[in-house]
Design a protein around this ligand. Structure first.
Ligand code: 13P
Length: 249
């Protein structure tokens, strides 16, 4: 049985004070659920939020990670720097990074490797645009996104990674994938991995992201291949994020 996991992606929102308040609110409502929970915060808030989440069940993550270990890469943040602030997860290949900042499948795979070299769990984000879905390209796009990582890091690396399926057309649009649409792709991803390594496929957590909210989370999380969620907007309020967390299997 896979453990459920819910991760909040705060994106570029808030202030230091609101971030601290949000983290405190989440911690206060955690209870003793048999599942994992984390927040991916803006880089600059990692030190402050690390102080708050220390010794609690709330995990900490970054929203990106450099594709190189160190050196003359102005503006980048390396895996070893993230590790200094107890970063457990790093999103890699979020669609906003891919579409606005030019992250390619190759650079996403390099970021994934950097994270794992420091013991940080990469959360590999995959998903198709609306146009790709309408042209029946969904599975082909996901194959390419997965292959870039598998070819560089090996199928075994997925035992220390998380996959997030985030259909681009569902992110921040209020248009959630139906339970069936999401399950179809999650099942596809698991089968694609199973064809290479059944044990890894059985183990890897695959999260759903894209307009997940308290009122649709339960149905999504009840699907056999959906192991939790990557939550954007609804993770910016402790109450709605906790409600989503409480909806896990
Ligand atoms: P929303 O939940 O705001 O649609 O964002 C999803 C997302 O991109 C999480 O990484």
């Amino acid at each position: 049985m896979r453990r459920s996991l819910v991760i909040g992606n705060w994106k570029m929102n808030g202030t230091l004070a609101s971030a601290q308040l949000l983290a405190k609110g989440i911690i206060a409502g955690l209870g003793s659920a048999d599942a994992d929970i984390a927040v991916c915060v803006p880089y600059i808030y990692l030190p402050a939020i690390n102080e708050l989440v220390k010794d609690t069940a709330l995990g900490l993550g970054s929203q990106n990670i450099a594709d190189k270990a160190s050196g003359a890469y102005t503006g980048e943040i390396s895996a070893s720097m993230l590790k200094e602030f107890n970063t457990q997860y790093a999103l890699v290949g979020h669609s906003e990074r891919r579409s606005y900042y030019g992250d390619t499948n190759a650079s996403v795979a390099a970021r994934y490797v950097q994270a794992q070299e420091q013991g940080i769990i990469p959360v590999l984000c995959v998903g198709e645009t609306l146009e790709q879905r309408e042209q029946d390209q969904t599975f082909a796009v996901i194959n390419e996104q997965l292959d870039a990582v598998i070819n560089l890091a090996g199928i075994g690396s997925l035992s220390k990674a998380v996959i997030a399926y985030e259909p681009v057309w569902a992110i921040g649009t209020g248009k959630t994938a139906t339970d069936e649409q999401a399950q179809e792709v999650h099942q596809y991803i698991r089968q694609y991995i199973a064809a290479k390594d059944q044990a890894i496929a059985d183990k890897v957590q695959i999260l759903y992201g894209g307009s997940a909210k308290p009122d649709n989370a339960k149905g999504l999380f009840a699907q056999p291949d959906i192991d939790g969620g990557l939550i954007g907007g609804a993770s910016l309020e402790a109450e709605s994020f906790l409600k989503i967390f409480q909806s896990v299997k």
